[in-house]
Design a protein around this ligand. Structure first.
Ligand code: HEM
Ligand code: HEM
Length: 197
């Protein structure tokens, strides 16, 4: 299968997981207990051998095919969304490798439950939050930037008078808003009060 098709195909599986994952993090707005309750409801769907095996394989395919696309699209003067697609992809490659290594090491080496407390530990302790807030924030924004760039490239029709370019900007804007709301939910007083690590 050509690299671009492979990248597109595995992205569907990852995007489904990320949608559920970010919804789960959004639930931190309702407090730690709500975040944990939603994670416990979702885990049977994504943390069984079959789904998790597929998800981790899709991430590997996404990163390897993405880096090949990044190298193949090294064209001078790639601007706007075309450039954003390459650089957001590169950030996602780095983020996914670090994030998954941390989650797996937390689970299998440190024997921790990688739940809400694991996720918010670095986000709520100074000076580690100086790294973790931009690290997670950029990942969420990069994910939306990557999807917005794909939309701008593929979409041909206007919706409600918005051109494909304006629609892509709207997707990016929603991503930035969601990043701010998520970072608020994961670092607000109630998340800090529930810190255990
Ligand atoms: C969260 C994971 C990711 C998702 C959901 C995703 C999704 C997509 C999609 C749907 C496309 C459009 C493909 C097409 O035109 O049919 C695309 C393009 C692209 N992706 Fe990703 N991707 C992800 C991660 C990555 C990573 C890790 C890289 C590494 C650098 C990357 C680099 C690229 C590049 C360079 C293109 C543009 C290809 C071109 O213009 O020919 N992506 N991505
Ligand atoms: C707000 C930022 C984020 C935080 C705080 C966070 C936190 C976490 C935590 C705590 C887990 C462990 C889940 C469990 O044990 O059930 C996890 C797993 C995971 N996260 Fe994130 N995450 C964030 C953003 C992202 C993004 C943007 C992506 C993808 C682009 C992503 C991809 C994954 C993947 C693939 C897993 C592994 C799921 C598994 O197999 O158990 N995360 N994350």
């Amino acid at each position: 299968m050509p690299t671009k098709k492979l990248h597109h195909f595995s992205s569907l599986f990852i995007a489904l997981f990320v949608a559920l994952h970010l919804f789960n993090h959004l639930c931190s707005l309702g407090g730690a207990a709500q975040h944990i309750a939603v994670m416990e409801t979702l885990r049977p769907f994504y943390r069984n051998v079959f789904a998790e095996g597929l998800l981790l394989a899709a991430v590997a395919v996404q990163v390897v095919s993405g880096i090949r696309l990044f190298r193949a699209t090294r064209v001078p003067r790639r601007k706007g969304f075309a450039a954003l697609q390459r650089w957001s992809g590169l950030y996602l490659a780095m983020f996914l490798l670090i994030h998954l290594s941390a989650v797996m090491a937390g689970r299998y080496v440190l024997n921790l439950d990688t739940n809400f407390y694991f996720g918010v530990a670095g986000l709520n302790s100074f000076p580690f939050n100086l790294f973790f807030i931009p690290y997670y924030g950029l990942a969420v924004t990069a994910f939306f930037a990557h999807i917005a760039a794909m939309h701008q490239q593929k979409m041909r029709q206007s919706i409600l008078g918005l051109s494909p370019g304006a629609q892509a900007k709207a997707i990016l804007f929603i991503g930035i808003l969601l990043t701010i709301v998520l970072m608020y939910g994961l670092t607000n007083g109630s998340s800090r009060r529930h810190m255990r690590y």
